[in-house]
Design a protein around this ligand. Structure first.
Ligand code: WT7
Length: 649
């Protein structure tokens, strides 16, 4: 991909200035960029001071052995103390940490004092099970309060947790347990999803059947469904409830391993991304404060992600709790028992800051704006987006129909590997452009480079890289330093290669263009799938689109699009609609990007974290039998698409 080929295809002229009241009171102002530019490490040291350290660091950054970074060298702290105890000691024990809402409608209100007692009990229980500092604990749980409690209990005693998303199979869980050599698994009998209980314990039984490392399985009772019981299984309510609710939090080294989180590579076995203690907590706490403008006294914050993903680790658990925030935590799906459930929750808890993913926003666009319109969303003041590029139309819809045209939208770019937000607008500073992640945060050195690692000029496109280490960066791939170097540090010398395509617009603002593997080569032009998708979504009848490059005898690759119409689109069967869309893309982006073929489909194949599986769509577009579908959220989606095919040709 050379920079002239990923040139500005999409012209977006809309701008949304920060609301003046928000700008006037903002936690972080434009000066932060200058401060960090003057003294980057001094800037991060000041952010680390937001935490409570048992022992102050000697050196902010040790980069003497790149790419292995050490931050806040010599410092010691306890993450759980920072997330819980210090707020209680400051007199905020009665403050709500989580308004928890189960899918069936049951609720729990957990204050910081409650959390302190629960975390201490869980820490004492882990110790009784023989878990020691440095041991790994696998966690396979639904979105219930015992999940953050277990994570914090691990952090407290210095055990390294490895949360595995509850939708993963026994095989996937086994691979992760084996790779981390986990000592125990914490799970529940099951959870609730789409109005029904599902099983987790049974999956764990299968995963640990021949495990060489697991000594116990600790089980929370959530649904009361029947479970098989083995000699090494322990009920949470029998073990944890009888523990002392006091536990002295020991200080851990700033570089002590906090957690491993597995992320699937395009090939090969999953990568165990390792995050450590001091730098990680510094960056998640500061970004949560800066990017969402969190005012812990008055805000009610809700991130709709699952804690099984990094978004949940950093922005449901560690960032918000380190900042003493009040959060909403919800167990279930957005359409149970009805499609207004999320808006009902925002109304009920008067949520002020809401953080979700473009895939969810496009689903709501498809369902129609009359659903959120039935709820009072006037408490909202900041909206966030994460997970993939947000299409300009989805951004504008989000701003208008959820944010009442008053809330800034922060499009936050980061990765499991980066641990925390890296590129994002600041809500009180930045005039946002729909679809752009805008600028690296203060203290972050990101750039777009060409094949030769040269920074591209404004208006150019290429590869997103990070030029300096950052506090919450991954420290390695668990047990595989070589793969860490090979995956992230060998494409360009001394630069972290993120794997994403990006462009700088004429103002130097950054636009993310998706994974570089998703770029298409059509008649010698590199075209980004993201831009064609955004052009399709900018048509008033389209809710969601996925674009792939299919082999073509004439053009090398040809653009094939899959489109989900909006609920309000009317009749979309037949050639007229497809022609209308092809012409629309040509008008927005230019004739070269006109899709060869557009298929109107009811659903798109997504991974469990909401990313479109373009690989499967390429199989469809090239008339191949489908590859591995096991990581799909819902494998019947491919049947739905197949049924539609003849009509779409
Ligand atoms: C990849 C990382 C970060 C938490 C959730 C995903 C894509 C993420 C954005 C954004 C454009 C984005 C990138 C990145 N991505 N946020 N705001 N704009 N792309 O974590 O599963 O590790 O995925 O998600 O492609 O590399 P992840």
């Amino acid at each position: 991909m050379s920079h002239e080929t990923l040139s500005n295809l999409l012209h977006e002229a809309r701008r949304f200035a920060p609301p003046p009241e928000l700008a006037a009171e903002a936690n972080v102002t434009g000066d932060a960029y200058d401060d960090a530019a003057d003294d980057r490490l001094g800037y991060w040291a000041r952010q680390a001071e937001r935490l409570t350290w048992a022992k102050r660091w000697d050196t902010v950054l040790d980069w003497s052995n790149p790419p292995f970074a050490k931050w806040f060298v010599g410092g010691e702290l306890n993450v759980a103390y920072n997330c819980v105890d210090r707020h209680v000691e400051a007199g905020n024990g009665g403050k709500v940490a989580y308004h928890w809402e189960g899918e069936p409608g049951d609720t729990r209100t957990i204050t910081y004092a409650d959390l302190q007692r629960e975390v201490a009990k869980a820490a004492n229980a882990l110790l009784e099970l023989g878990v020691q500092k440095g041991d790994r604990v696998a966690i396979y749980m639904p979105m219930i309060p015992e999940l953050p409690v277990t994570m914090l209990a691990c952090a407290r005693i210095g055990a390294t947790h490895s949360v595995v998303f509850g939708g993963f199979s026994a095989d996937a869980l086994r691979t992760r347990i084996d790779d981390a050599q986990a000592k125990i698994v914490v799970t529940s009998d099951g959870g609730y999803r789409r109005g029904k209980p599902y099983a987790l314990k049974a999956v764990v039984d299968e995963a640990v059947a021949n495990s060489a490392t697991i000594t116990n399985v600790l089980v929370v009772r959530r649904t009361s469904q029947a479970v098989e019981w083995n000699g090494t299984d322990v009920w949470w309510h029998e073990l944890v409830d009888r523990q002392s609710d006091e536990h002295d939090a020991p200080a851990h080294d700033a570089e002590h391993p906090l957690y491993i989180l597995y992320t699937s590579g395009t090939t090969g076995k999953p990568k165990g991304i390792l995050h450590t203690t001091g730098g990680y907590l510094t960056q998640v706490a500061w970004t949560h404060h800066a990017v969402f403008d969190l005012k812990p006294e008055t805000d009610v914050y809700w991130c709709s992600a699952d804690i099984g993903w990094v978004t949940g680790h950093s922005y449901i658990v560690y960032g918000p709790l380190a900042n003493g925030a009040t959060s909403v935590m919800y167990e279930g799906t957005p359409d149970t028992p009805h499609r207004g459930r999320w808006w009902e929750l925002i109304e009920k808890y008067k949520v002020t800051i809401f953080y979700t993913a473009p895939t969810a926003i496009r689903t709501f666009m498809k369902w129609g704006e009359d659903i959120p319109a039935q709820h009072d969303l006037s408490s909202l003041r900041v909206l966030g987006s994460v997970g993939e590029p947000i299409n300009p139309e989805a951004y504008v819809w989000y701003r208008e129909h959820i944010g009442g045209d008053r809330c800034p939208v922060v499009d936050t770019w980061w990765q499991t590997e980066t641990g925390a937000i890296m590129i994002s607008p600041l809500p009180g500073v930045t005039s946002g452009k729909p679809g752009a992640a805008m600028r690296p945060l203060p203290g972050i050195a990101a750039d777009v480079v060409d094949d030769q690692a040269q920074s591209v000029p404004d208006g150019g496109g290429g590869f997103l890289v990070l030029k300096e280490p950052w506090p919450s960066m991954l420290r390695t791939i668990w047990g595989d330093d070589d793969r860490f170097i090979e995956t992230y540090w060998s494409r360009f010398e001394n630069l972290y290669f993120a794997g994403d395509g990006a462009k700088k617009d004429d103002d130097g603002d950054l636009w993310l263009l998706g994974r570089v593997d998703d770029v298409m080569l059509v008649s010698g032009h590199n075209i980004s799938t993201t831009e064609v998708e955004s052009a399709l979504v900018s048509h008033p009848k389209v809710a969601e689109a996925a674009v792939v490059g299919a082999t073509d005898p004439v053009t090398g690759q040809a653009i094939v699009a899959f489109v989900i119409p909006r609920g309000s689109a009317g009749n979309v069967d037949g050639d007229d609609f497809v022609k209308e869309l092809r012409d629309h893309v040509a008008k927005v982006l230019g004739a070269i990007t006109k899709p060869r073929q557009i298929m109107v489909v009811p659903e798109l194949p997504k991974t469990r974290s909401g990313k479109i599986m373009r690989r499967l769509l390429r199989d469809v577009a090239e008339n191949r039998s489908l590859g591995d579908v096991t990581t799909l959220t819902d494998s019947s989606v491919m049947d739905l698409i197949a049924e539609k095919l003849p009509a779409a040709k």
